[in-house]
Design a protein around this ligand. Structure first.
Ligand code: AVJ
Length: 327
């Protein structure tokens, strides 16, 4: 391990260059930032499961309610444009929510293939292994990688009509202009008649939102600190994670919920093959945004990025929406 860490990063076997470059660039920038997509290594996947199970994190329960109580209507909307279809899921995670839709489509004998896409190789291999057991007859082809690279790969595999699931308020991890650019790019990658089903977390009581990102048990804090630990594990850095404070804030005006790790003291962090990273006391690393929307905003969004809004599904509290757009 020691000897490996002394090697030039690019020469180390199995070394993730993109992760290294993004981390080093982010920590050398002012202000410092890291990319939330890197939260999800095996440890991060586990912590995110715990977040989803914790009392304050309402998002999962809301979307689960939508996918269990309105499954037939969602399936109907998805099949509207005809079959066979490729059901592509961006950031599939453990597919707990989408599996309700898959089961419904199988029950209706729909002609479809499920193509989950995730940045986590761990997630994809476990979906490929377990889903066909719980959903007999399911045609599944998991793709590990970045969304658009894998979307292009999916398009190259088959000419079928596409329905793209982008659930869990994953789109919230992008600042508004980036989210809009993302939707426009998604539209460019699809054909007329293709659909997307996107989950947005809606604006609500600010305390409810803040609590979801600042749970009492400190799981979200561990989730954030795990990225520093991952940098230690994979890049050989020496973050002392006890010297960082997790700070979450929600701004009801803009709808953005952000999290930061704040340095508790002046300190230095070493990453092999880069200049020392200096932290002033109280200097922060911007970790993540979880953007909240109004329904009106989501509709504007659809139109500006070249989609037509078709139908929206809400939970009973109307805290969350899964909305269907057609290209
Ligand atoms: C997986 C991006 C939807 O922003 O709510 C949960 C990630 N971060 N708690 C979110 C997350 C902190 C989550 N998404």
């Amino acid at each position: 391990m020691e000897a490996l860490m002394r090697m030039k990063p690019a020469l180390r076997p199995g070394f993730n260059n993109r992760f290294y470059d993004d981390v080093v660039n982010g920590l050398q920038a002012t202000p410092k930032h890291l990319d939330a997509k890197y939260f999800y290594d095996a440890e991060g996947d586990k912590l995110f499961q715990q977040i989803m199970a914790c009392g304050e994190y309402y998002l999962t329960n809301c979307e689960m309610e939508i996918f269990t109580k309105q499954t037939a209507d969602i399936a109907k909307a998805a099949m509207q444009g005809g079959q066979p279809l490729d059901l592509i899921e961006l950031g599939a995670g453990d597919a707990t929510k989408s599996s309700h839709l898959l089961r419904e489509l199988l029950a209706q004998k729909a002609d479809f293939t499920y193509l989950p896409i995730d940045i986590s190789g761990h997630v994809i291999s476990s979906l490929n292994a377990t889903l066909p057991l719980s959903l007999p007859g399911l045609k599944i082809k998991g793709l590990q990688g970045e969304y658009f690279e894998m979307l292009n790969k999916a398009a190259a595999i088959s000419p079928n009509r596409k329905v793209v699931l982008f659930m869990g308020a994953n789109i919230g991890n992008m600042p508004l202009p980036d989210a809009e650019a993302f939707c426009a790019e998604l539209r460019d990658n699809l054909n007329p008649g293709d659909m997307v089903i996107i989950g947005f977390d809606l604006k609500k009581n600010p305390e409810t939102i803040l609590a979801a990102y600042n749970d009492r048990e400190g799981i979200t804090k561990q989730f954030n600190l795990n990225l520093l630990k991952r940098i230690n594990r994979e890049l050989g850095a020496d973050f002392d994670v006890d010297q960082f404070h997790h700070y979450a804030m929600y701004d009801p005006e803009t709808g953005s919920c952000k999290s930061y790790l704040v340095s508790l003291k002046e300190q230095q962090v070493h990453i092999p093959d880069t200049e020392v990273i200096h932290f002033a006391k109280d200097e922060y690393i911007y970790m993540e945004i979880s953007q909240k929307y109004t329904l009106n905003q989501t509709e504007q969004f659809a139109i500006r990025s070249g989609f037509k809004p078709v139908i929206s599904f809400f939970d009973s509290k109307e805290w969350f929406v899964d909305t269907v757009w057609v290209a």
